[in-house]
Design a protein around this ligand. Sequence first.
Ligand code: NDP
Length: 390
Amino acid sequence: MRRVSIFGATGSIGQSTIDLIRRAPQDYDVVALTGGRNIAQLARDAIDLKVDIAVTAHDNLLPDLRAALDGSGIEAAAGPAAIEDAASRPADWIMSAIVGAAGLLPGLRALEQGTTLALANKESLVTAGPLLMATAKTHGATVLPVDSEHSGVFQALVGEDIAAVERVIITASGGAFRDTPMEQLANATLSEASSHPNWNMGQRITIDSASMFNKALELIETKEFFSISPDQIEVLVHPQSLVHALVGFRDGGIMAHLGPADMRHAIGYALHWPKRGEVPVDRLDLARVGSLDFRAPDLARYPALRLARDVMEAGGLTGAAFNAAKERALDGFIEGDLGFLQMADVVEAVLDQLCRDENLASEEINLDNVRRVDHLARKRAEDVIRGKQG
Ligand code: NDP
């Protein structure tokens, strides 16, 4: 039996992971589940999967979690430190699916125990990629990508020499506003931005897909995960979301990864790796699909892609500033304080300020510096948002 833990268990990726585990309960011993506000879901899954411990991120919800687990014998805990402790509990495979920079510390704790970390939480790579990958190396841990594009690249690279790679292409559906006229984007509403044409995901990543901040994070994630140069990484708009990634080699050949728009494929690949297991996703019928469309991304429509290029070029702690400013700007849009297009303005203003005032590119990427820059970027983003309000 493999011991597994799922961080962000109540979310979209977490629930898809649980779906796979539930189909083969004899194979898994679930150690820990963590969630945020959705206590009912967390407790239901914890009892069903007979876990050792369930943790909510919110201290004030501990009584609710205890009540929901009453009589089950399952340990309940709350708060960020308890989530970190749960990540230190021995497990053979850990899913990192907390949304946002909050996933970084649990991910590091998991790696410190030398486990296999299935990484959906791209924000931790954007914020502190070199630290995360170095921690994995030091402790003999394995990091497997879960983002569909990065899983696709990873799969296309099996048996290949990374030195023979000329370019990596990650695809983008174009999100909710792919075909919306530019002049309408300024007034795009929260509910419009929260619906994705192809993927069923959490609200934050769905909005980030509409603005392409998600693709921007993924560009940086590609650089950090595969250690390739920014000028080797391309984005290609592919409205059907069936080709997830392409890897071009120096002999001119391209390996493409195709699959249905169902995250259980990438999660299942990471779960069964290095083997392939049965995964209950629809099989592609390409005759029925008929054609696959591709086009270059419009950089005027998606300033996030331009900003990601700047971040990759600058390196260092710039990723931490970018992610934190983006998270704060996204909060601003969700709370109604910012228009859709203003999110990119806020992030750009924060990056401009911090690149001018701080040594983001040259300072060491350690936890103290990452925390400081993350805090600073959120604070500056807050100030810029206030300024825009009036
Ligand atoms: P969801 O919003 O659906 O789920 C997020 C999870 O994190 C929930 O369990 C939530 O708890 C928990 N959570 C929220 N805030 C905190 C916090 N501060 N501390 C601890 N836990 C917290 O997100 P997704 O599943 O869509 O995405 C998760 C991660 O996977 C993200 O990094 C995303 O970019 C990445 N990803 C997602 C894909 C997808 O298809 N959804 C595809 C590829 C990558 P609760 O809901 O109980 O409040």
